[in-house]
Design a protein around this ligand. Structure first.
Ligand code: SF4
Ligand code: SF4
Length: 119
């Protein structure tokens, strides 16, 4: 097809892109998309496996009040720094109690770095 033909055809084709953020509801996320993680501290046993597998050093283990979470045997729990996270999902995969879940939330914006900590 000539270039002019292709140009005319393109003028009447349906738009492939979406206007963002106006049409954010139309953004297609593929199956298995990995976005900002969620952490369920009541399920956490403090095993540190997530901390050990994180390739980007986004996880820090901090002291925890054991009386608050009886399941937590070690008295330590993770804090996740989303500014460092590469969304690899290894922490979710290795967690034995399903205390971590990577959601499909892709809008990870903050004016203050402290808002990028998941505790
Ligand atoms: S998803 Fe993020 S926090 Fe979890 S292991 Fe990967 S880089 Fe670390
Ligand atoms: S791997 Fe799971 S249970 Fe172990 S410390 Fe991390 S979040 Fe807690």
């Amino acid at each position: 097809m000539s270039m002019i033909g292709e140009l005319i055809r393109s003028l009447f084709k349906k738009r492939a892109t979406v206007l963002y953020p106006e049409e954010r509801g139309k953004v297609h996320l593929p199956e298995g998309f990995r976005g900002k993680l969620e952490y369920y501290e009541d399920k956490c046993i403090g095993c540190s496996l997530c901390f050990q597998v994180c390739p980007s050093f986004a996880i820090e283990m901090v002291p925890e009040d054991k009386s608050r979470f009886p399941k937590n045997q070690t008295g330590r729990r993770p804090i996740f720094n989303i500014a460092r996270c590469t969304y690899c999902g290894q922490c979710e995969d290795i967690c034995p109690t399903k205390a971590i879940h990577l959601t499909n939330q892709f809008e990870v914006i903050a004016l203050d770095k402290r808002d990028l900590m998941v505790k």
